[in-house]
Design a protein around this ligand. Sequence first.
Ligand code: ZN
Ligand code: MN
Length: 490
Amino acid sequence: MSTATANKYLVSIGLEVHVQLKTNSKMFCACPVRYGDEPNTLTCPVCLGLPGAMPVLNIGAIKRTLRSGLMLGCETPPIVKWDRKSYFYPDMPKNYQITQFDLPLCEGGKVPLYDLAYPKEVQKNIPEPGKNIALTRIHLEEDVAKSTHHASFSSIDFNRAGTPLMEIVSEPDITTPDEAFAYLNSLRQILVYAGVSDADMEKGQMRCDVNVSLRPIGQKELGSKVELKNLNSMSAVRRSLYYEIERQGEALDNNEIIIQSTRRWDDSIEETRLMRTKEDAHDYRYLPDPDLLPLHTPDLVAEARLDLPELPHTKVARFEKDFGITHYDASVLASDQNLADYYEQAAAGASSAKKVANWVINNLLAALNEKNLDITDCPLSAQSLRELVDLIEVGQISNSQGKEVFIALFETGDKSPAKIAKEKGFEPADSGEIDAFIDQAIAANPGPAGEVSEGNDKAINFLTGQVMKLSRGKANPKQVGEGIITRLRP
Ligand code: ZN
Ligand code: MN
C-alpha cells in the first residue's frame, strides 16, 4: 500500500476460506463427490433439495474437519449441531444451506505464516517473521450447485451440490495484502499435509472471501468492513486488497463514510465494483436443523489425535536438526509434502544429507521445472539420487561428471548411477596419474607454486584447478589439494 495510506490508517483483514474436503460421498447423502461427470448425474432427492428428503451426516467429513482443526491448534467443543441458514439461493432449491451457527466443530486456533509462503519479492523483508494469525472457528457445511450463465439462459449442475465444505474463519489480524497471501499459502500447505483437500484455488477447491477495513491510527474500534468476492487465486486476493485499501484510504481522506458492503473483484480491469450493501447476520434466520441431531465429538477427537501428521514447521525443524541443513533449505524441501518425502528417502543413509539437499534444490527442482513435472512424476528415484551423491562424495566421479550422470538418469530413469558412470567411462584417476598431473601443474606454474610454499592458501585453489583440467575432471579436488600441500610444504 502507499506510504500515505500506511502512515494514516490501520488495516484489518479477515479471511473466510471455504475448502472442499476430499471425501468419497457428499455431506448429507451417499452421492459420490467427483468432477468431470455429465451434469446432474450425481444427484439424489437430498442434494437436489427435494421437499421431505432426509439428510444423513457424513462422518468422514467430520473427521477431516476435526483433523484440520487439531493441526491448527483449535479447541473442539464436545457438542456440535447443524443449523439452517435461510437465503434465496438460485443454486440451492430448498433455500437454506445446512451449516453450523453457534456450535461449530472447532473454535480458536491459529495459522503460522511461513517465510516462503509470502510472495517471492517480499520474502527477504518480512516485517513480522513467524507471525500467527488467530482463527475464530472452523465449521462444516454443504456446497451449492454450480450455475453457468450463457448469453440468453443459465444452466445449473447439481453434481457439486452437497459437497462437504469446511469454512475456516480468521480474526481480522492480517494487516497487509502480502500477509493475506502468506496466510492462504500457509493454510493450504497445512491442509495438504493433513490430506483433507488439495486446496487448489484455481480449481475452486479453496475459495476465499476477504473482509477489509481501515481506521485512523489511534482509533480503537474497527472501521466498517467491505467484503470482496470473486477472488479466484491467491494473487487475485493480494491484488484486490492493494486496490481496495487504496480506494478506502482515498475515500476516508475525502471524509467519505465507508458503508458495510460487498464488492466484486474484476480481474480484467483490476478494480472492485459495488455489488450490494450487506445483509446483517440475523437476516439469515439461522435455526437448528430439526432433521439432524446434535453430535457428541470427544470419541471422534480422540481418534483424530491418534494419527495427526507432522506440521510443516515441525518438519523444517526436524530436517535442520537431523540432516544438518539450513533453515532455508529445510523450508524449501518441506514446502511440499511429496518433495519432503522424496528428500527424506534420498537423505536417509546418504554420505552427506546436506549434499543431497543441494542436489534436490539446485538440480532436481530445476530439471523438474524445465520439463513441467511434479515431484511425484520424477523419473529419478530418491535412491538413485542418493547413490549419485555418494559416488561424488567418495571421489568415484567428479562433480561435473556427476552432473552428466544426473542428466542421463533424469532422461532414462531406469539405470543405476554407477552403471551410467561406467558406460560414460568415468573412472577415478589413479593416484600415480594424479601425482604426475600435480608435478606437471607445479612445473608449469612456478609463481603460484612459490606462493603456496610461502603459505598462501589461495594459490592452492589455482593449482588444484590446473590439476583438475589436466585430469579432465576425474581427480578429486580434495585429494589434489592435499597432494599439492604435501609436495610444496614438506
Ligand atoms: Zn445426493
Ligand atoms: Mn459458508
